[in-house]
Design a protein. Structure first.
Length: 329
């Protein structure tokens, strides 16, 4: 299952290859309580079919109408919605929010093919768009790099900024991998048991060979890596946790009941882990929503990853964003 960004660019590429006139609209800057953040994309073709989103729906309606009437630009250009309170209300932007977009036509021989290929390989890739010439130049990108806007153009970043290492190749891992991929995580699976990995065939998910503790070290775990152990085999899960809890991973979790987690904690403390390191463990893993099935467990873990990741992202940009649900009308 592809990430949402990959879905947009893949569909746009297919439309271009089929001979359609296709435009890509990308959010580059927001003010106020905008419904989508910088980097959100929408592709629209000449008959009004769309994939992706840049707002709650009203801006999409305007772009669709412009596409059908042939009023979208032949060269990349800026577009702004919600400059005034009246326009913000007309386009469904809450609290006077404002969106700045770049709208650009797509061509078959442009940057799209290379970016789609890089994203399919779970690689980060950047693109500089020069608004004066309309030319795109592919660049290197680093995790955490945001959309950058300058007077003459902007720099986009595509691909996963975060990673998830899953210990165990079972049904729960498959469900979690699907959800995490949609959430823009690069997903890595490690399970030394060949009977579990022999028929593993998830596209876009990397199988990491070897033992779990080695995998934690070999992937060079950093502060944008989450590690979740779900084999239900203490020998495998604990091996990974011994290294994960000493690493810079922003999230470390393990599947198991509260009783089993207490036993696991005692085992981990009997090794060379400190109380502070063991306290980092999320166990039972995920938000407590009463989950029981593999899909429910995956939802709970995915939700907790988003919760913690969003907090870290907000801290890195200099303060918590106000949630849309609490914004004043």
């Amino acid at each position: 299952m592809d990430s949402l960004d990959t879905e947009v660019l893949n569909q746009a590429r297919e439309w271009v290859i089929a001979g359609h006139v296709v435009h890509l609209a990308t959010v580059v800057k927001t003010w106020g309580s905008a419904p989508r953040q910088a980097g959100a994309m929408l592709a629209v073709r000449e008959d009004g079919r769309v994939v992706g989103s840049v707002s709650g729906g009203c801006i999409e309606d305007d772009l669709i109408a412009r596409a059908r009437e042939g009023r979208l630009p032949s060269q990349p250009e800026w577009a702004r919605y919600g400059v005034s309170q009246d326009e913000a209300a007309r386009f469904g932007l809450p609290c006077g929010g404002t969106l700045r977009l770049v709208i650009e036509p797509l061509t078959q021989n442009g940057w799209l093919e290379q970016v789609v290929a890089a994203m399919a390989s779970q690689q980060l890739i950047g693109r500089w768009l020069d608004l004066s010439s309309g030319l795109s130049t592919l660049t290197d990108a680093r995790p955490g790099q945001l959309t950058e806007v300058k007077e003459q153009g902007c720099h986009f970043v595509y691909g996963p900024h975060w990673r998830l290492l899953i210990i165990g190749a079972n049904q729960t891992a498959r469900a979690l991998a699907q959800i995490a991929t949609m959430l823009e995580f690069q997903v890595i699976i490690c399970d030394p048991r060949e009977e579990f990995t022999a028929d593993w065939d998830m596209q876009g998910v990397t199988l990491q060979p070897g033992m779990p503790d080695d995998a934690v070290l070999e992937i060079q775990t950093d502060s944008r890596t989450a590690i979740v152990a779900i084999t239900h085999d203490p020998k495998l899960d604990d091996m990974a946790l011994l290294e994960a809890l000493k690493s810079k991973a922003f999230y470390v979790g393990a599947l198991g009941s509260t009783r089993n987690q207490a036993k696991r904690r005692d085992r981990l403390l009997s090794f060379d882990l400190s109380e502070q390191e063991v306290d980092r463990l999320h166990g039972p893993v995920g938000l407590q929503i009463g989950s029981r099935t593999p899909a429910e467990i995956a939802i709970a873990v995915g939700a907790q990853l988003v919760q913690i990741r969003r907090t870290l992202e907000d801290e890195r940009v200099g303060g918590l964003r106000q949630p849309p649900s609490s914004a004043a009308a």
